[in-house]
Write a protein that binds this ligand. Structure first.
Ligand SMILES: *[C@@H]1O[C@H](CO)[C@@H](O)[C@H](O)[C@H]1NC(C)=O
Ligand SMILES: *[C@@H]1O[C@H](CO)[C@@H](O)[C@H](O)[C@H]1NC(C)=O
Length: 504
């Protein structure tokens, strides 16, 4: 049975108290944005805090299986004055912001070098690359986790009016919002007036489907519902995962294929934590494999999707070329990480005194997003250094800022790497070379204007592959993710384009 579990009255009380407070804080920022002409007010709009307490304690424990080398959650009860500031790279702190308008998401109209269907072409089910069946699961698993006013028996929102689709919460939640964009896209594939690419179409009969999509918003469930409330024994996040297993394992579709044709989105590295092993035969859509054993998740069956960037995109005609980017290299983020992040520390000591290099703590107190936006937009290179997971939103923030990414993360997986050659628009460096004194700075200084401009042009061309939006556009992140799944359909092993690493 599925019980509804909504916040208790205590929670409501604190929400009210918080709302009052945040109202004051937000007014301050709106005011501030007026007196600071350099930063568009839209930047503030996106990160003003919503009324929600944030200092919860996620209750996960890697019980019984030693699969996840998971660090304890960094639950930092931020002082109230700092919660509108975003620390860019943590996977564990969650801040709420005003929902971003999905319709404001830039749809950059650039060359699409993958599978393209004319935008005007109506989607003919026979032409779709993929036919997907989606379970009509109770809304508690998906849109019910959003602030959506549904009528009693309504499972899905009406997505035909673009302006009125339920919003995904903003702030850091957005990084892992692909569960939402993919579900919306499937829902809209049956709405005639929505013009969208034809890569995927939702079918009503599971026997006609290439894949079965499981509409569970696992990342949101982790981000927002990991706290054990009141008299509950376990969190809603935990309960939903157990219910998901009960649901799936009793379905004839799952039993028939052993789950192999099921798609489960679990982008947040800590999402689906309790049951990922039990559901490991399914195809996952993930950020990386850092917290999975190879048996549960691997490149042969799973798909890597980009984070949604949190820094706003730079439009192609506003993008500063070589001469107008005074900073050679930019990094902002937590410098001391628990797992695998030692390299950040080493690089920090190597680079902190370099002229032209901005290497700084992106603490919650320092209005991280604003600084990152301005910093990345005025730097030639943006460093992406392994943190507590191999991937982070920072890479995608760099791409949409047209700041050439320098990828120093030996175990990183990159989205759509079988069709996209990252060496054309980024600089790949092994960690062991990066920490050799002088190597990195000399390497970057050695990349002259011509070479850099080529990578910059390529960045402007590919940036739209990393935009999530509704309705989906040809070649955007939603479409690219479906196409990546379509390439899996054939059973051909994914072959990624060779990465060209820079050597000393
Ligand atoms: C969805 O909303 C549109 C208007 O935005 C309306 O025309 C349509 O009938 C609605 N569909 C359903 C199933 O309620
Ligand atoms: C960019 O340029 C195009 C045409 O060249 C123009 O239509 C568009 O408004 C410009 N966008 C911005 C943000 O300046």
């Amino acid at each position: 049975m599925l019980e509804k579990s909504m916040p208790t009255s205590r929670l409501l009380l604190s929400i009210t108290a918080f709302s009052m407070f945040f109202l004051i804080i937000s007014s301050f920022f709106l005011f501030h944005s007026v007196i600071n002409p350099f930063i568009p007010s839209s930047v503030f709009k996106q990160f003003v805090v919503e009324s929600e307490p944030i200092d919860y304690t996620p209750d996960y424990k890697p019980e019984g299986n030693n699969e996840q080398p998971i660090e304890q959650p960094l639950v930092v009860p931020l002082p109230p004055s700092s919660i509108s500031m975003i620390e860019l790279d943590t996977h564990n702190k969650v801040e709420e912001a005003m929902p971003i308008d999905p319709h404001e998401a830039t749809s950059l109209n650039k060359k699409i070098d993958v599978h393209v269907l004319s935008k005007k072409e109506a989607c003919n089910p026979n032409k779709a690359l993929l036919k997907v069946y989606m379970y009509d699961m109770p809304r508690e698993f998906h849109f019910g986790l959003l602030d959506w006013k549904a009528s009693p028996n309504q499972i899905w929102p009406n997505v035909s009016d673009i302006k009125h689709v339920p919003r995904y919460p903003g702030g850091l939640n957005l990084q892992h919002s692909m569960e939402y964009w993919l579900t919306l896209d499937l829902l809209s594939s049956n709405v005639k007036k929505i013009v969208r690419p034809c890569s995927v179409i939702r079918v009503e009969n599971p026997s006609q489907a290439d894949f079965i999509f499981v509409p569970f918003f696992a990342s949101l469930s982790y981000n927002r519902f990991s706290k054990v409330l009141g008299k509950e024994k376990v969190s809603l996040n935990r309960r939903l995962q157990d219910q998901l297993v009960d649901f799936l394992l009793s379905r004839p579709e799952w039993i028939k294929s052993g789950g192999k044709d099921h798609i489960i989105v679990a982008h947040h590295p800590n999402s689906l934590l309790y049951v990922r092993k039990k559901l490991g035969s399914a195809r996952f859509i993930l950020a990386d494999f850092g917290r999975y054993v190879a048996k549960t998740a691997n490149l042969n069956k799973d798909v890597i999707a980009p984070y949604q960037h949190v820094v706003p995109s730079i439009s192609n005609n506003n993008s500063a070329p070589f001469e107008q980017r005074p900073t050679l290299a930019f990094f902002q983020g937590a410098i001391y990480r628990k797992d695998g992040g030692a390299i950040r520390q080493e690089l920090f000591y190597l680079l902190k005194d370099e002229k032209d290099v901005h290497f700084a703590f992106g603490s919650a107190q320092k209005s991280g997003v604003r600084e990152a936006r301005n910093g990345m937009g005025s730097s030639k290179f943006c460093l992406n250094i392994a943190g507590d997971t191999p991937s982070s939103n920072r890479l995608f923030d760099a791409i949409v800022s047209h700041c050439v990414p320098v990828i120093i993360s030996d175990n990183i997986e990159l989205p759509y790497e079988d069709v996209l050659d990252y060496s054309e628009f980024s600089v790949l460096v092994w960690g062991s070379y990066a920490v050799k004194p002088g190597f990195l700075v000399n390497l970057l200084k050695g990349i002259k204007r011509d070479e850099w401009m080529k990578m910059w042009e390529k960045l402007k061309e590919v940036a739209h592959h990393f935009e999530y939006q509704y309705p989906s556009q040809p070649g955007d992140a939603v479409d690219m993710t479906w196409q990546a799944l379509a390439r899996k359909k054939s059973g051909v092993k994914m072959k990624r384009i060779d990465r060209r690493y820079r050597m000393p």
